[in-house]
Design a protein around this ligand. Structure first.
Ligand code: SAM
Ligand code: SF4
Length: 328
């Protein structure tokens, strides 16, 4: 699938639920309403769409949410997608999770052919972790990470940079990741979603956030590429591979290879845009040809770049949609 700007789209992120057992302050408000179950794509519907996507050139799928591991019977979907990996029709199946249910799901993920996962963890400090996630328990997450590692999964820790909230957590997190052989990816907060207070106050560029690490260690750029938007650095002396995702300060849209399927069956072509097509309607009321037609339309809708910078500066331009609806 080649979009209007010549980019090859081969990576699909599927938000399998908008629900979550955490309420991270930067992601959604404390009181958040969720979609009724009838609006959710069923696992059969997701797999029907996946067949079409694979036909059209999607090679990598990441499950996300909301918290993907809280959707009931998620193992059914993971196993069905894993069968595509085993047949070679998909190159890779991955997952982004808050880690709270990893201990339970690690065996299933490993047996489905998942090789690596991203776990989101913004600090190792138990009290601060509880504050940022509004109720999460760091020990449960760390135990989940240990279980995933014991089942042979490669782990990347995602850490969102939050001014005044977790700047002092960076060096301990970098040491923890180096010690365990995990990659660490830092992410700038994006101004997505209504009702999330203190957007402007929380934003810090990764140039500033990573300054203590640069002051202490030499960082060398690496040629390594993953399916996502991170640029990678080697932290010398620590033996850590560090990814930087800088949607705000260093735009990376020219390399974008991703589209996103929402919980209710919409395809959003860009996290920073409202442009989408509704595949659920085509799926429930139309034919496979209608789905194919909408996919072609969607490719034309993919914007050249997002405009989060303007959206941070002007609240009236911000998208009401939260990260959990589209999937991070
Ligand atoms: N619940 C899972 C988790 O937290 O890993 C998967 C979904 S979550 C929306 C995916 C990623 O998006 C997480 O790493 C989270 O930290 C990140 N995220 C959520 N809201 C964000 C925001 N406003 N700006 C930047 N990253 C955000
Ligand atoms: Fe839940 Fe992930 Fe959003 Fe946190 S970032 S509230 S864990 S979906």
């Amino acid at each position: 699938m080649i979009d209007g700007f010549g980019r090859n789209i081969d990576y699909l992120r599927i938000s399998v639920t908008d629900r979550c057992n955490f309420r991270c302050t930067y992601c959604m408000p404390e009181k958040q309403s969720f979609l009724p179950h009838i609006d959710l794509l069923t696992y059969d519907e997701i797999m029907t769409l996946v067949e079409r996507f694979v036909q059209h050139g999607i090679r990598k799928i990441r499950l996300t949410g909301g918290e993907p591991l809280v959707r009931r019977d998620i193992g059914i979907l993971i196993a069905a997608l894993g069968a595509h990996v085993q047949q070679g029709t998909l190159e890779e199946l991955t997952l982004t999770t808050n880690g709270s249910r990893l201990a339970e799901f690690a065996p299933l993920l490993a047996s489905a052919g998942v090789k690596r996962i991203n776990v989101s963890m913004d600090t190792l400090d138990a009290a601060n972790f509880r504050n940022i996630s509004r109720g999460g328990n760091i020990d449960t997450v760390l135990a989940g990470i240990d279980a995933a590692r014991a089942h042979g999964l490669d782990i990347k820790i995602n850490m969102v940079a939050l001014k005044g909230e977790n700047e002092d957590a960076l060096l301990p997190m970098a040491s923890y990741c180096a010690e365990h052989g995990f990659d660490l990816t830092l992410i700038e907060t994006m101004p997505l979603g209504s009702g999330v207070a203190e957007r402007e106050q929380n934003y810090i560029s990764l140039d500033s956030f990573a300054a203590p690490l640069r002051a202490r260690y030499n960082l060398h750029p690496l040629a390594h590429k993953s399916a996502g938007p991170a640029r990678y650095w080697q932290v010398e002396g620590l033996g850590l591979r560090l990814g930087l995702i800088t949607p705000m300060s260093h735009n990376f849209c020219d390399q974008c290879n991703r589209i996103r399927l929402t919980t209710d069956g919409k395809i959003y072509m860009c996290l920073g845009s409202e442009l989408h097509v509704d595949l659920r309607k085509a799926l429930r009321e139309g034919s496979p040809q209608d789905v194919d037609h909408l996919l072609k339309t969607a490719l034309r809708l993919k914007p050249q770049r997002h405009d989060f910078e303007a959206q941070l500066a002007k609240p009236e331009l911000r998208l009401a949609r939260h990260m959990n609806a589209t999937g991070g």
